[in-house]
Ligand binder design. Structure first.
Ligand SMILES: [Zn+2]
Length: 137
């Protein structure tokens, strides 16, 4: 038995882990930092790791679905499934574009002044990509 057979988790990853893709970064940033602009459907379909369905196998997800329905308005599972049917990431990109179009003055995209990449938070003053810092006294 080789080392690779005994310890498959030690196989080197060949996929770049931290590759920056502006469109993807912008989608993640807008969905994370501006959830107040999500419609109930968008919140259920793309604000979480997976779509939140009332009929999910997990009791925790069903509880979350009930909470979201109570707090933001009822969304039928069929609408969520339809929104994500072809490509969930395309729906997320569409949601990002809608938020940017509907709230142009409310959404602040914090970009690094050095490399123009989107930084982690609205208030970040250093870039996790190029390590540039722009703190002022
Ligand atoms: Zn930078």
């Amino acid at each position: 038995m080789s080392d690779a057979d005994r310890r498959p988790y030690l196989i080197a990853c060949t996929v770049p882990v931290a590759e920056y893709v502006d469109e993807f970064a912008l989608t993640q940033y807008v969905l994370k930092h501006f959830p107040q602009f999500l419609t109930p459907l968008e919140r259920r379909a793309c604000a979480y790791t997976t779509p939140i369905l009332s009929s999910d196998d997990s009791a925790k997800v069903r509880t979350l679905a009930t909470k979201l329905n109570d707090q933001y308005g009822f969304v039928p599972d069929s609408d969520i499934i339809a929104a994500c049917a072809t490509d969930r990431y395309a729906f997320m990109d569409h949601t990002r574009d809608r938020i940017l179009a509907d709230h142009p003055t409310d959404v602040f995209i914090n970009r690094c002044p050095e490399c123009s990449r989107i930084v982690r938070t609205l208030l970040a003053k250093q870039c996790s990509w190029c390590k540039h810092k722009w703190h002022t006294a």
